[in-house]
Design a binder for this molecule. Structure first.
Ligand SMILES: [Cu+2]
Length: 182
């Protein structure tokens, strides 16, 4: 009887430990900065979103896509459980006014080139937000590419006017995507 009690106690401690670990790991990975994610020949890095004010209807998402392959690809669409819709937008000066435009054909990712989605250029626009984006959160986004297919990327939420992803290494999460230099 006594050993059985001890086993139950051990199991409870183990469960509590795993639960505590899970609570600890999630915010830590977000605090460490965005991970590098591979989708076929595409290397996606620096994924972040800007924090939004309560009740803000829209938010912006940004990342860098490097096409390491020899075939052109195209970001066709993006979706997120955090938003009713994720639109692909361009932004350019029209006279003295910054203007955004939808990109119905998506965003070209030419072979061997790196395309950056930034707060003052191409970007993802989240509309019909399901909740405010809070600094430190991770917002999942599913990207669909013409050739590389579908990949889920976590956007780390940075400050409300952030121009770059939160600083911090992401060594643990980067490791699987790193290729040895030949
Ligand atoms: Cu926009």
């Amino acid at each position: 009887m006594r050993s059985q009690m001890n086993l139950i106690l051990l199991a409870r401690i183990a469960i509590a430990f795993v639960a505590a670990l899970a609570l600890f790991v999630v915010p830590t990975s977000a605090a460490m900065g965005p991970a590098v994610v591979m989708a076929g020949d595409l290397e996606i890095s620096g994924a972040f979103a800007r924090a939004t004010l309560p009740n803000a209807p829209v938010g912006g998402g940004f990342l860098t896509i490097a096409n390491k392959g020899t075939a052109d690809d195209r970001l066709v669409s993006a979706t997120s459980p955090a938003a009713g819709e994720v639109q692909l937008h361009s932004m350019a000066m029209d006279g003295n006014v910054m203007k955004m435009a939808a990109m119905p054909d998506g965003i070209a990712i030419p072979a061997g080139k790196t395309v950056k989605l930034t707060p003052d250029g191409l970007h993802m626009m989240f509309t019909d937000l399901k909740h405010p984006f809070l600094q430190g959160q991770a917002i999942p986004v599913t990207l669909t590419f013409e050739k590389a297919g579908t990949v889920v990327v976590q956007l780390i939420v940075a400050g409300i006017a952030a121009k770059a992803p939160p600083a911090g290494g992401s060594m643990m999460m980067m490791a699987p995507a790193m290729k040895p230099k030949s």
